[in-house]
Design a protein. Structure first.
Length: 266
């Protein structure tokens, strides 16, 4: 009877150690993943707030499309960004005739609360409801769009709302841990590689060939996992992580328009 106690105790001990390591890695991952910007962009117009089921509020900014039936992007921004720092992106899309709704994750900008994977997923669902229920934008007109960290939120939303028009990802990752070469570890964050295969509408992935933050192989791996028809991979030669649109220039907009509609309809 005494001989089995040592192995069981050893299993329990090493199991506890592994659990603590995983928890510790999770805490560190969250601290490195979420770097909120707390600026409140006082000069930015069109900003509204919407209630969350948790009692908090998130800030959103909407610029309508050039035509009432035009395409509207639901944009999920990157880390250490806010509605204030991405105003240029919204205005650029708006100048090209597209509508665009962007929002701040909990703990970012004017949004209350604390950022986490669960909070970001809650926030993007709230942004979708604001766009479809409050602004009455038909889902078939909405393109879910994510950049960097925001691609995790975008993939999550796209895997849950089959009625959207398309999904566009810029500089995406397969998962948070995979960026650090630890994709095999349990407790991963934003597993887009497990979600993108559930997306039922067209997917476009744009990635810079010189991206040193999230290497282009992440984008290529996600592209290979897309099961829906009409997918497109747009590799921007010479672009890094933050300058895909700037380096691609007019080709970015041509590729986007052709992806959404071969005739370039917005």
């Amino acid at each position: 009877m005494k001989y089995w106690k040592l192995p069981v105790a050893a299993v329990v001990f090493f199991g506890l150690v592994a659990f603590l390591i995983i928890c510790g890695c999770g805490i560190i991952a969250d601290k490195l993943t979420f770097l909120p910007r707390n600026d409140t962009y006082p000069g930015l117009k069109e900003v509204v707030t919407a209630d969350l089921e948790t009692g908090g509020r998130i800030a959103l900014r909407y610029l309508p499309p050039a035509r009432p039936d035009g395409t509207v992007f639901l944009h999920c921004h990157g880390n250490s960004e806010s509605l204030g720092t991405i105003a240029w992106r919204q205005e650029l899309f708006h100048r090209h005739g597209y509508g665009i709704l962007a929002f701040d994750y909990e703990g970012y900008g004017r949004s209350t609360g604390k950022a986490s994977e669960e909070a970001v997923e809650r926030d993007v669902l709230r942004a979708w409801r604001y766009l479809t229920e409050t602004l009455k934008v038909p889902p078939r007109h909405i393109v879910i769009h994510g950049y960097s960290l925001g691609t995790g939120a975008a993939c999550y939303l796209a895997s849950r709302v089959p009625e959207a028009r398309a999904l566009v990802l810029e500089a995406p990752f397969t998962s948070i841990y995979a960026v650090a070469g630890l994709g095999w570890m349990p407790g991963n964050r934003f597993p887009s590689d497990r979600r993108i295969g559930k997306v039922s509408f067209p997917v476009m992935i744009a990635h810079g060939s010189g991206d040193t933050v999230i290497p282009v192989d992440h984008g290529k791996k996600l592209y290979a996992l897309v099961r829906s028809p009409g997918k497109r991979f747009f590799e921007v030669k010479g672009a890094g992580h933050n300058d895909i649109i700037a380096v691609a220039g007019a080709e970015y907009w041509r590729s986007l328009a052709d992806f959404l509609d071969p005739k370039g309809r917005k």
